[in-house]
Design a protein around this ligand. Structure first.
Ligand SMILES: Cc1cc2nc3c(=O)[nH]c(=O)nc-3n(C[C@H](O)[C@H](O)[C@H](O)COP(=O)(O)OP(=O)(O)OC[C@H]3O[C@@H](n4cnc5c(N)ncnc54)[C@H](O)[C@@H]3O)c2cc1C
Length: 477
């Protein structure tokens, strides 16, 4: 329990309005966007500078409080839920873009900058920051870095890690670190930067981020293709890649998702279709024209039911915007939306869709699937009600069987949402006891007292479940 003196000191250091400790304020800050996980923090602080982050960390250390960094709370694996209580450090008020360097093509900012704000700020200078998670209107850059977020353009442009050049942060022992910077090449010592990217707030608090910018594509062609069978849509994705075409975007929605999105945004999507693919090719005009012709050829070859090309940039943007609503649209339908992040080698996409259909029927569940098909990254989403115990058991069994297949096919249990609380058990299955042991040693060397975001990614103590896994089950990454 945090002391009154500590609250007083926090208010002195951070300002009255940047410290919340009344229960009614804390209630909404015990969640992120993951269903079924909630825990009240004891205090939530909103530092506005690195000095204030440090001051809050000092007070937490004196009080023996665990610390949980938080961006906008759009995470989908429970990463910013304070499962051990303690202090939540919300970085959203450190939201200044410090520099857009047009000579070096970099941008440097505080961690609370909203992803879309960064995109718009650099676009105004004729530059391009590609990572665009579906949550880009709300998510923060700090959260994107901590989760190594992907997005709709990941297929061609990569994920957040591919753009992070430098980080500043504070380690759990309150030492300040700088790793990387504006130099395009830097191999000095261990790659701390890459360890911090995707560390889910367990190794350090990120206080400044420098990212790479690129020139924007000059031309773009957007296709919307409909299919009578979801497996054919998966087949189209595999064949486009096999034809050596790397679109910037190749997104999929199945029939359940199409109908939920149409109910939500009402843009005339055909409800009877089994699946749609949103495909974009971009770059210089000549190759874009060639790639667009090739994409059309493949779509015709697999017998897509309908093929449309966006006629204007506005039309293309509204199709991408509709795709970004998929999760919110599905979430309106049932009290609980369990969303997963299964990712397979792209050649396995059609089979994965077949497996999702089979398992949904087997466990009598309503499942809507959408995702970054070009990355092999699907979000099979079970529409259910957490008050229905039997249904939740079936949902768990559904994901269990699905992940077994995904791992057999050389896939991963998380393409982009991270492990957090939601997928600890699955991580151990993927990387084996040996892999978990190495991760724990890394955590131990950054955070020997285990105060930063405890209980995430793996159990703090060796759990029976992990012990039972055979060594060498599969050690990847
Ligand atoms: C509708 C919707 C669509 C989404 N689409 C995508 C998508 O396309 N691709 C994708 O990858 N994800 C997606 N997500 C998931 C989520 O938006 C991302 O994981 C995002 O990066 C989280 O950012 P955030 O600011 O909300 O972070 P939070 O949810 O607040 O935190 C996420 C994790 O980062 C840590 N963290 C946050 N800030 C810091 C910091 N400064 N220093 C250290 N650790 C920190 C937290 O402790 C936590 O572990 C989506 C979520 C929603 C709700």
């Amino acid at each position: 329990m945090i002391s009154k003196t500590a609250i007083k000191h926090l208010k002195e250091k951070l300002g009255e309005k940047n410290v919340l400790h009344e229960k009614e304020d804390l209630l909404v800050l015990g969640y992120d966007s993951t269903p079924g996980v909630h825990h009240l923090p004891e205090v939530v602080v909103y530092p506005t500078s690195t000095e204030q982050v440090l001051a809050a960390m000092e007070i937490a250390a004196r009080e023996g409080l665990p610390l949980v960094p938080r961006g906008s709370g759009t995470g989908l694996s429970g990463g910013s839920v304070p499962v051990r209580g303690g202090m939540v450090l919300t970085l959203t008020r450190m939201n200044r873009i410090l520099e857009i360097d047009e000579e070096n093509l970099t941008a440097t900012m505080e961690p609370g900058v909203i992803t879309l704000d960064l995109f718009n700020a650099v676009a105004a200078k004729g530059l391009f920051y590609p990572p665009d998670p579906g949550s880009q209107k709300i998510s923060t850059i700090g959260g994107n870095v901590a989760e190594n977020a992907g997005g709709l353009r990941g297929l061609k442009y990569g994920v957040t890690r591919d753009y992070v050049m430098g980080l500043k942060g504070i380690l759990p022992d309150r030492s300040l670190i700088t790793t990387g910077g504006k130099s395009v090449k830097d191999v000095a010592g261990y790659g701390f930067k890459d360890l911090l990217v995707g560390s889910e707030g367990t190794l350090g608090i990120i206080t400044e981020v420098t990212v790479k910018l690129v020139p924007p594509p000059r031309d773009k062609r957007t296709f919307l293709a409909y299919f009578n069978d979801v497996r054919t849509a998966g087949e189209a994705v595999s064949r486009i890649i096999a034809a050596r075409i790397i679109p910037s975007t190749m997104e999929i929605m199945d029939r359940v998702t199409i109908n939920c999105v149409e109910d939500y945004v009402n843009i005339g999507l055909p409800r009877q279709m089994a699946a749609l693919l949103l495909i974009e090719v971009d770059g210089h005009p000549a190759p874009v024209a060639e790639e667009a012709a090739e994409v059309r050829r493949v779509l015709e070859q697999v017998k897509a039911a309908e093929i449309h090309v966006a006629e204007t940039a506005e039309q293309a943007a509204s199709l991408a915007a509709a795709r970004r609503t998929a999760l919110s649209a599905l979430a309106r339908v049932s009290p609980t939306t369990l969303l997963e992040d299964a990712t397979v080698p792209r050649s396995r996409l059609a089979e994965t869709f077949g497996e999702i259909e089979r398992l949904a029927a087997k466990f009598k569940l309503k499942v809507g699937t959408f995702g970054h098909a070009g990355d092999g990254n699907l979000h099979p989403t079970v529409l259910c009600d957490e008050r229905n115990h039997d249904e939740m058991e079936r949902a768990h069994a559904f994901y269990n069987e699905l992940y077994e297949k995904v791992l057999d096919w050389g896939g991963t249990v998380s393409g982009e949402h991270g492990i957090g609380l939601a997928k600890k058990e699955y991580l151990a299955r993927q990387i084996g006891a040996g892999g978990v042991k190495v991760m724990k040693r890394i955590k131990q060397s950054f955070d020997p007292e285990g105060i930063l975001n405890p209980g995430k990614i793996f159990e703090d103590q060796d759990s029976g479940a992990e012990q039972h896994l055979e060594e060498g089950f599969r050690v990847s990454h």
